[in-house]
Design a protein around this ligand. Structure first.
Ligand code: NAD
Length: 507
């Protein structure tokens, strides 16, 4: 564990002179393996740079294959030992509830870590922390409400279908929701008795390491939770190829999701659950019930989290008869989403996660103009004087379905607007993508709404809203957005397997 951990959280945060960067020096940055914070075997560390200001926050342990192996073996030992998987469901529930309490009480620290590490506005970061605590509670609460089944076999047998944990689950996650997305997987995996090894994104490892530190304060048995910060091509790959990992729960790009399928094939046929990218359309039909609301929610859907959202409404399809009204309001909306200081509570649009991502987004903006789309709003780097990585909310009009800005996931605050003249054309355009994560339709006609919802090749459909959901509802994609589903009680099935037991009843 880092030696600086002598300060308590209260002391640290009550010192007004201490800048957020200085505060971060006190939180863990080592790997968490077998219940202890440790260096990588190689001693290597990588820079953790804040996108808020471009400053180096700290140097984090850079795990390699050997560290991943140590973590997986610790997780396997913990699983085989049975202290967690064989614990009474009520016992697991009590411990996970206690952890959820600690997460909630730690909202100042975790929120600041998220903002400083990946650039999201502090208000959103704090909400993410509270959401993560809520997710953990949801699955803790569900533990003792999942029943097995008795088979409908004849009188000479009693047949049972019981759900058992998988064993060691590897969790590989992106940086855009660095606490929430891992929690969507961690919570059901732990609730069902598995041991886990989390590989956070190299851009945002700090909040999960802090979570591990909180886990030390509850009675989670040693080795049940492990965290291996490091690079995807090394630590992520080692986890994907490890023979003792029973399942990989992955969220990230489609490209890397495909790699995990090959890792599974090249190793032990481990299960792979994929939640990948998107290019989600928001379709505004001519009979939109509230045009103002449709534009506002579509704008929020692409500008929130600086567009670094898998289900961002990155394509706006609008009926040609209302196009001009929509564009006018879109410009007003963009005005309200100007980038600001992520640590200020009123800021809505923060930083891109790092310089590379900012440059990638700016490259796409330049490409859009070269492809012949019209840059209607924004399009530039912002707040350069801060040293941080910010991009203006950007809107392209006159976008053609064949353009790369209409087809590829940009993962930034960039909206591509296309218009259509008929419902059929709109549906065709909405589905004209390799992805299928989310889609929205705005209409006053209940028949059209149902027709559209049925026709959309998308794991999530919003009608007259955008980006709504609930812990009780599944989230995931069709097509190359990956076939997995997070959330809802169904996610418990992701981390269990069914055992059939046939008991012959002897005379
Ligand atoms: P990414 O695919 O580059 O990285 C995701 C994780 O995979 C990281 O931990 C990374 O270190 C690891 N990784 C990278 N290369 C690897 C390799 N060769 N082998 C093994 N592991 C590797 O994604 P990102 O840039 O961090 O995140 C953005 C992507 O995540 C977007 O495509 C976004 O749509 C997607 N996403 C999807 C959802 C969803 O629920 N569907 C949610 C959030 C983000």
């Amino acid at each position: 564990m880092s030696e600086e951990r002598t300060l308590t959280q209260a002391e640290d945060l009550s010192t007004p002179a201490r800048s957020p960067v200085a505060q971060i020096a006190h939180w863990p940055r080592d790997a968490f393996i077998d219940g202890r914070f440790v260096d990588a075997v190689s001693g290597a560390r990588f820079e953790c740079v804040s996108p808020v200001s471009g400053e180096i926050l700290c140097h984090v342990a850079e795990c390699g294959a050997e560290d991943v192996d140590r973590a997986v073996r610790a997780a396997r030992r913990a699983f085989e030992g049975g202290a967690w998987r064989n614990a009474e469901p009520q016992g697991r529930k009590t411990i996970l509830f206690a952890l959820a309490e600690l997460i909630e009480a730690d909202v100042d620290v975790l929120g600041t870590l998220i903002t400083m590490d990946m650039g999201k506005p502090i208000t959103d970061a704090r909400e993410e922390v509270l959401d993560a605590a809520g997710t953990l509670r949801y699955y803790a609460e569900a533990i003792d409400k999942v029943y097995g089944e008795v088979g409908p076999t004849g009188p000479s047998a009693l047949t049972l279908m019981t759900r058992e944990p998988l064993g060691v689950v590897g969790i590989v996650v992106p940086w855009n929701y660095p606490l929430d997305v891992p929690m969507w997987k961690l919570a059901p995996a732990l609730a069902t008795g598995n041991s886990v090894v989390v590989k956070p994104a190299e851009q945002s490892p700090l909040c999960i390491l802090r979570l591990a530190e909180l886990a030390l304060q509850v009675e989670l048995p040693q080795g049940v939770l492990n965290v291996v910060p490091g690079f995807g091509e090394v630590a992520g790959k080692a986890l994907g190829l490890h023979m003792e990992v029973d399942k990989i729960a992955f969220t990230g790009s489609t490209e890397v999701g495909k790699l995990f399928l090959t890792y599974a094939g090249a190793s032990n046929m481990k299960g792979v659950q994929l939640e990948c990218g998107g290019k989600s359309p928001s379709v505004i039909l001519s009979d939109v019930p509230d045009l103002e609301l449709a534009v506002e929610e579509t704008a929020t859907g692409i500008f929130v989290n600086a567009g670094q959202m898998c289900n961002a409404s990155s394509r706006l399809l609008v009926h040609e008869s209302i196009r001009d009204q929509v564009l006018e309001r879109l410009a007003q909306q963009a005005e309200q989403w100007q980038p600001g200081d992520p640590l200020h509570p009123d800021t809505r649009l923060g930083a891109m996660v790092d310089e590379r991502q900012m440059e990638r987004v700016l490259d796409y903006i330049r490409l859009g103009s070269r492809e012949g789309a019209e840059l209607y709003n924004g399009g530039h780097r912002a707040r350069e004087e801060t040293g941080g990585f910010y991009v203006e909310p950007t809107v392209f009009t006159g976008v053609d379905a064949g353009m790369r800005i209409a087809r590829e996931e940009i993962f930034g605050p960039v909206l591509a607007v296309q218009s259509f003249s008929s419902e059929e054309e709109a549906l065709r355009a909405a589905n004209d993508t390799a992805y299928g994560l989310s889609a929205a339709v705005w209409t006053s006609d209940v028949n059209k709404a149902h027709r559209f919802a049925r026709g959309l090749s998308s794991g999530t459909v919003y009608v007259n809203c955008y980006d709504y959901g609930d812990l009780s509802l599944p989230f995931g994609g069709y097509k190359q957005s990956g076939g997995g589903r997070d959330l809802s009680v169904h996610a418990l099935e992701n981390y269990t397997q069914v055992k059939m037991t046939y008991i012959r009843l002897l005379d």
